[in-house]
Structure formats: structure tokens, C-alpha cells
Design a protein around this ligand. Structure first.
Ligand code: PLP
Length: 347
């Protein structure tokens, strides 16, 4: 094949996989306690995990200070993003999102016939909240805010986002995707969860797929007003989607501070290695608030992706602001070294 698309790269994988830096996973997880809980759960996995599910839901509700009626869990946050696209994109309602941003919710809504309004990022590659707010009309069904934003790893100012939610949520639901919030120094301070508690028309999505290292286990949730949860439940399978092993692992791992702090520390060390490498090779990058880094490349994205792939390293590429960009997920140090070796050969 002359050219591989990014999707081909993910499906086929490199000839010899040295570093998988394409899907923003946490290679340091899941925690030993989560693995032990999974092994133990295998004994009783012929049963539906009703009791463990209750334990997990209680833990999350208690930690966040919310009611169970505010919470909907599913096999990762993806099914809940889809549920929101289906419910809020109905009858030609408009969806507003950043460009580029995580396109799952907006893409699903577009497939169902919604009009998606993509608002370019600011000059410093953050979601342009003012421009997004200016697009809100009576036809807006949902505004999607990915914070930290994928693929740029940028965050918006917390106070500014709170003001935005306060105003916009009176006109349309604001969906805050906090998949990467655990990578911030103080996730609770940056989260919009308090706005749900204050009764605002806001949905906060979280996942165990990132810092918890559960991408292959599938566990995520949304927190919202009880009526919103009921509406979304009509389009999601909910807790019945989760494997007993996953529920047990999530209950064991939730807010396991020591593990999370350690994974974060290792992620930061690998990220610093990448920053140093890029600086040394004469590249710039967007300062990252998540477990991936976006930087401009001097090569066609597909070619770059293919050249890296040929050297056993998977990354993703984007095109925006008139440039080709590479997004590198932060991996283990040996993976970052493999990235450095391949990158030096082709840059
Ligand atoms: N939201 C964002 C911003 C993501 O980057 C991802 C995955 O990469 C997801 C949601 C979906 O993750 P999951 O379905 O594993 O929870």
C-alpha cells in the first residue's frame, strides 16, 4: 500500500511493536489490587455482578458527594457519549464542539443527521469558549467540551469554564468530557462535577480507561441531573454492560491514591523525556495537561505515521491550523526511547 491511514495503522500495528503510543492508554496500569480483584472475581463470574456493582456505584457516589440517581455507568465512557449524541442530537438539534476535539460524540450525532458546528481552537490551541458560546442558539441541543482536550492536551481556565457552563446550560446541555482530568494536579478542583451538584444542566463524563489503566476492561460513567440520567439510560445499556471482572477491578482501584500518584509520576517522567527530545531536535510542542503531547511535524502526516510504524512505533497524526501534527501518547520509558530512536531517523 502506498499510504496507510491512521486507522490502518491502529488496526494493523507495526511489524514489530516496540512502542504503542497511539491510543492514550496508561501502560502502568491496572494496579495490582485491580488485577487481584479480577482474578478473584473469576470464581463467581457465572453470576451477574449485582452486589459488586452496588459497591462500585456507592463508592463513586460517596467520593463525589452525589446521589446514585445522578450516576450512569457503562462499558467505558464511549457508549455514554453515543447515548448523549442520540438523545440530544434528535430532531435536527445542533451539536457544538471544538476543532479539533474528540470526535466520537459529534461524529455519532452527525451520522444520525444532526448538524455539527465545529469551532476552531484559540491561537494557543485551547477550546475557544467565547466563540463556542456565540454559536449557541435555540436550535442547540448539546455543547461538547473535552477538558483536557483530545488531541491537543490543553485545558481551559476553570473559572472561565464555570461561567460558561452557568450561562450556556440554561440554553442547552453542556457535556464535559473529563476523560483526562485525573492527569491534572488537582482533578477535583478542575472538575465541573460541582455544577451538577448545584443543579445545573451539565453532564460530566469520566472513564477508568486512562490513568486507571482500564482501557481494555471498559468502565466509565456520567454524572448529571436525575432526569438527564433517565433520558440517557434510554439509549445506553448501563451497568449491565460491565463484566464482573471489570466491576470488581474498578471497585478495588477507585481512588487508590498510591497507585494513581505513582502512575502519574511515571507519566510525567516519560513526558519530560519527550519534551527534552523534541527541544533537542528543534521541535516545538503544545504544553500538555494529559498523557499525550501534540507537536507540529515537517512532513505529511500519513507519511510520518507510516515511517514511524515501519520502525515499530505507532502514533497518530492530525492536520489543523495549516500544519501537520503528531500526537504521541506517553508510554513507558522504553517506549519513549523507541520513539526517540525512530524519530531521530526520520526527522
Ligand atoms: N473521551 C475522550 C476524550 C477520549 O480520548 C476517549 C478515548 O480515547 C474516550 C472518551 C473514550 O474512552 P472509553 O470509552 O475507553 O472510556
Amino acid at each position: 500500500k502506498e499510504h496507510l491511514t491512521d486507522a490502518d495503522v491502529i488496526l494493523q500495528g507495526p511489524p514489530v511493536m516496540k512502542a504503542r503510543l497511539s491510543a492514550n492508554e496508561n501502560p502502568f496500569g491496572p494496579s495490582p489490587a485491580a488485577k487481584k480483584a479480577m482474578t478473584e472475581a473469576m470464581e463467581s463470574c457465572y453470576q451477574y455482578p449485582f452486589m459488586k456493582s452496588r459497591e462500585l456505584i456507592n463508592k463513586i457516589a460517596q467520593y463525589e458527594g452525589i446521589q446514585q440517581s445522578n450516576l450512569l455507568m457503562d462499558a467505558g465512557s464511549s457508549p455514554l457519549l453515543h447515548a448523549a449524541a442520540m438523545f440530544y442530537g434528535k430532531n435536527g438539534a445542533e451539536i457544538i464542539t471544538g476543532d479539533p476535539s474528540y470526535n466520537d460524540l459529534a461524529g455519532t450525532a452527525a451520522n444520525l443527521g444532526s448538524k455539527v458546528i465545529k469551532v476552531p481552537l484559540t491561537a494557543d490551541y485551547k477550546l475557544d469558549l467565547d466563540a463556542m458560546e456565540a454559536k449557541v442558539t435555540a436550535s442547540t441541543g448539546l455543547v461538547y467540551i473535552c477538558n483536557p482536550n483530545n488531541p491537543t492536551a490543553t485545558i481551559v481556565d476553570t473559572a472561565k469554564l464555570k461561567g460558561f457552563c452557568e450561562r450556556v446550560s440554561k440554553k442547552a446541555v453542556v457535556f464535559i468530557d473529563e476523560a483526562y482530568i485525573d492527569y491534572l494536579p488537582d482533578p477535583q478542583a478542575a472538575s465541573m462535577m460541582s455544577l451538577v451538584k448545584a443543579g445545573q444542566n451539565v453532564i460530566v463524563a469520566r472513564t477508568f480507561s486512562k490513568l486507571y489503566g482500564f482501557a481494555g476492561l471498559r468502565c466509565g460513567y456520567v454524572v448529571a441531573q436525575p432526569d438527564t440520567i433517565k433520558n440517557l439510560s434510554g439509549y445506553a445499556t448501563g451497568m449491565m454492560s460491565l463484566a464482573a471482572t471489570t466491576v470488581a477491578a474498578a471497585a478495588a482501584a477507585y481512588q487508590e491514591k498510591e497507585f494513581l500518584t505513582d502512575a502519574l509520576k511515571k507519566t510525567m517522567a516519560s513526558k519530560q523525556f519527550l519534551y527534552d527530545l523534541l527541544k533537542k531536535e528543534g521541535y516545538t510542542y503544545i504544553p500538555s495537561s494529559a498523557n499525550f503531547v501534540m507537536f507540529p511535524i515537517n512532513m505529511d502526516g500519513q507519511r510520518f505515521s507510516q515511517e514511524m510504524n515501519n520502525r515499530g512505533v505507532s502514533i497518530r497524526t492530525w492536520k489543523f491550523s495549516g500544519k501537520d501534527w503528531c500526537r504521541v501518547s506517553i508510554g513507558r520509558m522504553d517506549e519513549m526511547q523507541a520513539f526517540a530512536d525512530a524519530f531521530k531517523q526520520i526527522s
